[in-house]
Design a protein around this ligand. Structure first.
Ligand code: NAI
Length: 252
């Protein structure tokens, strides 16, 4: 990986004001890309990243923000669909409104942003879309019925879009992080009865015995977004400390 690997390319990252999105935007910029972050809180986005306000549930706002990003950056080669929200509970616990709200952000949000970016991606010689999916798409986690359903949809949407866009020269992949140490997980722990015990339980769930870092997820996204991954499409890359693939025995 050279520091100028993405030189001359442009990238849009949704949810780029915090956590995984911010780490990804900063890494893409460090590798030479010009990067715009679409978020509810664009003022949080540090330079040289360009912060642009967009709620991914608002189609008009998304279209305007994507056009603004393309204008400021001079096109769009890379799209990282990362904005997402959580939900806790079993199938009995969330109201219909909650189901619609979380699906609207996590799934239809990706549809809106990708749809708006496609004319620009079609003009790129190195077009790549990377969606932030989750271990929740491939493993059954307790108390995450709604969230997991949205991420399962993101995985299926990634593969279907990859098939639809392969002849346009647009690659579509996703990353499946385990539990990542971001402000999101910080908020989750703050709400727990015993935050320390909750953190220890989340760490123990991953075979490596620790949480994933946002930078580690960013590195996986940057790989999939790079022209170096030109033959990779329709895949999901786990960044989960071994949580999905390994069945280890307890340490003696
Ligand atoms: P975060 O809460 O630190 O950052 C999420 C960002 O998305 C925030 O800047 C927020 O303002 C933005 N956002 C939320 N709703 C939005 C909307 N309607 N329109 C535009 N922007 C919006 O969260 P984190 O942890 O960085 O998560 C990012 C993605 O990673 C999400 O898709 C999440 O599902 C996924 N993920 C997170 C994991 C974790 O353990 N933190 C594990 C697996 C996946």
């Amino acid at each position: 990986m050279s520091r100028s690997e993405l030189h001359g390319l442009t990238a849009v990252v949704t949810g780029g004001a915090s956590g995984i999105g911010l780490a990804t935007a900063q890494l893409l910029a460090a590798r030479g890309a010009r990067v715009a972050c679409l978020d509810l809180t664009p003022k949080q986005v540090p330079e040289p990243l360009v912060g642009i306000r967009a709620d991914v549930t608002d189609d008009t706002e998304v279209r305007a923000a994507v056009e603004e990003a393309a204008r400021v950056l001079g096109g769009i080669d890379i799209l990282v669909n990362n904005a997402g929200i959580g939900a806790q509970g079993t199938i009995e616990d969330n109201s219909d409104d909650e189901w619609h709200r979380v699906l609207d952000v996590n799934v239809v949000g990706i549809v809106r942003v990708t749809r708006a970016a496609l004319p620009h991606l079609r003009r790129s010689a190195h077009a790549a879309v990377v969606n932030t999916c989750s271990i929740a798409a491939t493993a059954g986690l307790p108390q995450r019925a709604l969230y997991s359903a949205t991420k399962g949809a993101v995985l299926a949407l990634t593969r279907a879009s990859a098939a639809d866009l392969v002849h346009d020269g647009i690659r579509v992949n996703c990353v499946n992080p385990g539990t990542v140490d971001t402000p999101w997980v910080g908020r989750l722990l703050d709400r727990a009865d015993d935050p320390e015990a909750e953190r220890a339980a989340l760490e123990a769930r991953q075979p490596m015995g620790r949480l994933v870092t946002a930078d580690e997820v960013a590195a996986a996204v940057a790989h999939l977004a790079s022209p170096l991954a030109a033959s990779t499409t329709g895949t999901d890359l786990a960044v989960d400390g071994g949580m999905h693939g390994l069945r280890i025995r307890p340490r003696a």
